[in-house]
Design a protein around this ligand. Structure first.
Ligand SMILES: [Zn+2]
Length: 419
């Protein structure tokens, strides 16, 4: 499949992909469909950038005269490399035993008493070596990459102590060095209160927002921060303290907001100009308006909604009406979303949340790029952008949202190089 039909040396282009249908995912405007489609098209790369897009016939003529390598896509659809903009990919252990027990009738209380829940992942993560963390995260990353993912956000948050948080971020960065994958790292400082800090919440928040954040930022290990603002996690005031500290250091923010209740976390995220507010099952119309006003992306996470068997979906009509950019992600984590398929998240976004296939696909390309602050570099097929793209054997783009459990990804190009 996609075998080179002609090899060559130099030229203005390094390689050109012909006989493709492009879904550029460039924002819709008059006369152009929602996917930014260009049929019977070609795309040329120079270095790690998209150098040209146009008709296959023109590309072939030019490739012949310039002696450029040509790949025949055989009518495949070519989309921007997918972006999973919210994951907790690096962790130790698994929660499969807990999942099994629960379905066999063991109560949450008994599981918690036996040391289950998030604390069990924290214990397993603290006990894991960097090598084993890297190994298990690599397996999960490769599954995502097989579907066409070329950029991945990874949060810390299962260490809850400085040395382990640092280890998680270092493993995430190492993953990006070893794999043909761009990794963005987020310090999820306020995820859960560790049991050793149960008697001193304020002291923990102060430590997370002060010396720990400063040390990690100084190491150059973080692209952003995140906090779980929720009645079972951290209050608006505690989250605000952390976001203030990040703002002083010039580190952008994400916020886990409105997953289980509306505490005004979306408004808080907007006040700090956060890159994204994530989950948002519980969000008011004014909350949606605040996100729109701040240009904060709403990242919807249908995997967790599904696993928790929630029944109140995010208010997509409010978000649409307010003009908030919608992204979709796997939220890959051992407790509430053991999901390593962004294509499955596309289907769930459509089926459970009522997104149109176009909205869902924009949510893992253009808008996911914006949720990471990378919209000028990735997320659409445009000349000058990074040559990250994936080829799919499908008849139309919506098929990526429609098929359950299928993976029609035929090949992936990362920075102009087929991997
Ligand atoms: Zn999350």
């Amino acid at each position: 499949m996609d075998k080179p039909v002609q090899q060559s040396s130099t030229g203005e282009w390094d390689r050109v992909w012909v006989n493709a249908n492009l879904a550029t995912m460039v924002a819709a405007h008059d006369g152009v469909s929602g996917y930014g489609e260009i049929k019977d098209a070609a795309l040329a790369v120079r270095g790690d950038r998209i150098a040209w897009m146009g008709s296959s016939a023109e590309a072939l003529a030019r490739a012949r005269s310039q002696d450029v390598a040509v790949t025949d896509c055989g009518g495949a659809w070519l989309l921007p490399g997918l972006i999973d903009c919210h994951t907790h990919l690096v962790y130790g252990g698994s929660r499969v035993e807990e999942f099994e027990k629960r379905l066999c009738g063991v109560s949450y209380e008994e599981i918690a008493r036996a040391g289950g829940g998030i604390q069990s992942t924290v214990n397993a993560t603290r006990a894991a070596t960097p090598e084993s963390l890297l190994e298990s995260a690599t397996v999960r990353a490769l599954r995502l990459m097989d579907e066409g993912v070329t950029t991945l956000e990874i949060k810390s948050g299962y260490g809850l102590e400085l040395s382990v948080e640092r280890r998680l971020l270092e493993v995430a960065r190492e993953l990006g060095r070893r794999l043909p994958l761009s990794v963005r790292t987020t310090y999820l400082g306020l995820h859960a209160l560790p049991k050793e800090a149960a008697a001193d919440r304020a002291g923990f928040v102060k430590q997370v927002s002060g010396p720990w954040l400063e040390a990690l930022a100084a190491s150059g290990l973080i692209d952003a921060v995140d906090a779980f603002c929720e009645n079972i996690a951290f209050s608006v005031a505690e989250t605000e303290q952390f976001l203030h500290a990040a703002q002083r250091l010039g580190v952008p923010a994400h916020v886990h907001a409105g997953q289980l209740s509306d505490m005004g976390a979306a408004e808080l995220a907007a006040r700090f100009g956060a890159l994204s507010a994530d989950h948002l099952e519980y969000l008011s119309a004014p909350g949606a308006a605040a996100l729109a006003g701040a240009g904060t992306v709403a990242v919807l996470l249908p995997g967790a909604y599904y696993m928790l068997r929630q029944t109140t979906p995010p208010p997509v009509p409010f978000l649409r009406q307010a003009g908030v950019a919608l992204a979709l992600a796997t939220d890959c984590n051992p407790g509430t979303s053991p999901c390593t398929s962004l294509l499955l998240a596309l289907n769930m976004g459509c089926t459970l949340f009522g997104l149109t296939p176009h909205e869902a696909l924009a949510g893992v390309t253009r808008h996911a790029a914006r949720a990471l602050g990378l919209q000028t570099d990735i997320g659409t097929l445009e000349v000058g952008k990074r040559a990250d793209f994936a080829l799919y054997r499908i008849d139309r783009p919506a098929e990526l949202c429609y098929a359950l459990g299928a993976n029609p990804c035929a090949s992936v190009v990362y920075g102009g190089v087929a991997r």
